[in-house]
Design a protein around this ligand. Structure first.
Ligand code: PEP
Ligand code: CO
Length: 453
């Protein structure tokens, strides 16, 4: 990949930048940027390259992407337990999907940096008072007061520290024994294990253990196989707050290329994917794998232009396009975009976000999503890809390992009256652990090659 000669980490400032906070004291923001730019990188360029190569296999139909995590991470709900529970459900889902499809599942968290949100409206009414809408803990507090909602650039430093601590624990969990395949049973939480999907999981876990014992009996030294004891869980977030992303951009000493070292993978949101805008300019010059969300207004020309801007060298794994059309319209809206990707001869990893096109409000105004709509959009995505001869490369989800009641449905259905019981998201409604596992089984069924047992 060649970076344009006009590009620099700050060249996005010449372009219109949407959804950026209006810092009250620009000097203070400048001081924070200067401080952040001296901090150690959170990830290494070499790691981002490894993920790019793995995503290249997603693009060519040899692997499947599971990208999932919170809609917005919180500075407050920040503990070893919440990180461990998210990892557990991710590992469980990946085990189900790998076992069901016999394909590698690439695990990417919306984690260790998912602290900034774009919002459709700039303000909201809370008890009759008009306040700036909540845009994530990296820029202000969520409490419904004018003081909490004032933008504070020092929160970028806090966001960096939270990301570093999260990533540190994630590395320990994934490399230090917790993710060992011999512990496949222990990822099933008690409240999930007693449910139909939890029992179904235990059956698979038992089969995986038998397979491991079989390999050991054949004389394979399981202890020597790193892949059985460690997993790679990569980090990602929406690259929305460009002050932060620019400050964490470093030149790789090995290749001389620029990398945004705030996460392995970054994505550009539906609201900031304008090809002439600041976000596309910034991400055109860093060499990380990049995702772009595509909603119902995306056109074939947008796909062609985004491909040209972000992956002119057609590098496999560089570009992931994440469709989020809504269950009702995916069959109609996705095919022309898939065709445009083929026309451009681009090695795109096509992924389905079945969450953001399926938001509804209950009669009392609570934001929610129906698991049935989410599953229906995934089915529509698989069908559209199948007809176009394009590999359906993965899913992008909002979930939590906890027992929340934010999305409707599931085998022990969450109904409208339950939504109040444990509705704790800072932003969009997330799948709970049982709904996520249920979804993993459905996706595994869709992934199974027709004709295979
Ligand atoms: C998100 O992923 O949380 C999000 C805001 O998505 P989108 O840009 O697709 O609306
Ligand atoms: Co969201």
């Amino acid at each position: 990949m060649v970076t344009a000669p006009t590009w620099s980490p700050g060249s996005w400032r010449q372009r219109p930048a949407q959804h950026q906070p209006d810092w009250p004291l620009p000097d203070e923001a400048e001081a924070v940027r200067a401080q952040l730019s001296k901090m150690p990188p959170l990830v290494f360029a070499g790691e981002a390259r490894q993920l790019r190569d793995v995503l290249g296999r997603v693009a060519s139909g040899q692997a499947f992407l599971l990208q999932a995590g919170d809609c917005a991470e919180s500075f407050d709900d920040f503990s070893a337990i919440s990180i461990r529970e998210k990892l557990k459900i991710m590992l469980q889902m990946a085990a189900v999907m790998t076992y069901g499809s016999m394909l590698p599942v690439v695990k990417v968290g919306r984690i260790a940096g998912q602290f900034v949100k774009p919002r459709s409206s700039a303000t909201e009414l809370v008890d009759g008072v008009e306040l700036p809408t909540f845009r994530g803990h990296m820029v202000h507090g969520d409490a419904p007061t004018p003081e909490a909602r004032a933008f504070d650039p020092a929160r970028m430093l806090q966001g960096y520290n939270h990301s570093a601590a999260t990533l540190n624990l994630l590395r320990a969990f994934t490399k230090g024994g917790f993710a060992d395949l011999t512990r496949v049973h222990s990822w099933n939480q008690e409240f999930v294990a007693s449910s139909p999907e939890g029992r179904r999981y235990d059956v698979i876990a038992g089969e995986i253990e038998r397979a491991l014992r079989f390999m050991a009996a054949c004389g394979i030294d399981l202890a020597a196989e790193r892949q059985l004891h460690e997993v790679d869980v990569w980090t990602s977030h929406e690259g929305l707050l460009l002050d932060y992303e620019e400050s964490l951009t470093r030149r790789d000493s090995l290749t001389g290329d620029w990398y945004d070292c705030s996460a392995h993978m970054l994505w550009i949101g539906e609201r900031t994917r304008d090809v002439a805008g600041a976000h596309v300019e910034f991400f055109s010059g860093v060499h990380n794998p990049i995702g772009v969300k595509l909603g119902p207004t995306a056109t074939a020309a947008d796909v062609a232009h985004l491909c040209e801007a972000l992956n002119p060298g057609r590098i496999p794994g560089r570009l992931t396009l994440i469709s989020r059309m809504g269950a009702e319209r995916v069959r109609e809206l996705l095919p022309p975009l898939l065709a445009a990707g083929k026309e451009a001869e681009q090695p795109i990893a096509w992924v389905c976000d079945p969450m953001h096109g399926n938001l509804i409000r209950t009669a009392s105004g609570t934001k929610t999503r129906r698991l049935d709509d989410i599953l229906s959009e995934i089915r529509g995505f698989f069908e559209a890809c199948g007809e176009a001869g394009v590999w359906p490369g993965g899913v992008h989800l909002e979930f939590t390992g906890e027992h929340v009641t934010e999305c409707l449905g599931g085998s022990q259905a969450v109904v409208e009256d339950d939504l109040d019981v444990n509705y704790s998201t800072l932003c969009d409604p997330r799948l709970n652990a049982r709904q996520s596992l249920d979804l993993a089984f459905r996706v595994a069924e869709l992934m199974r090659v027709p004709g295979e047992a």
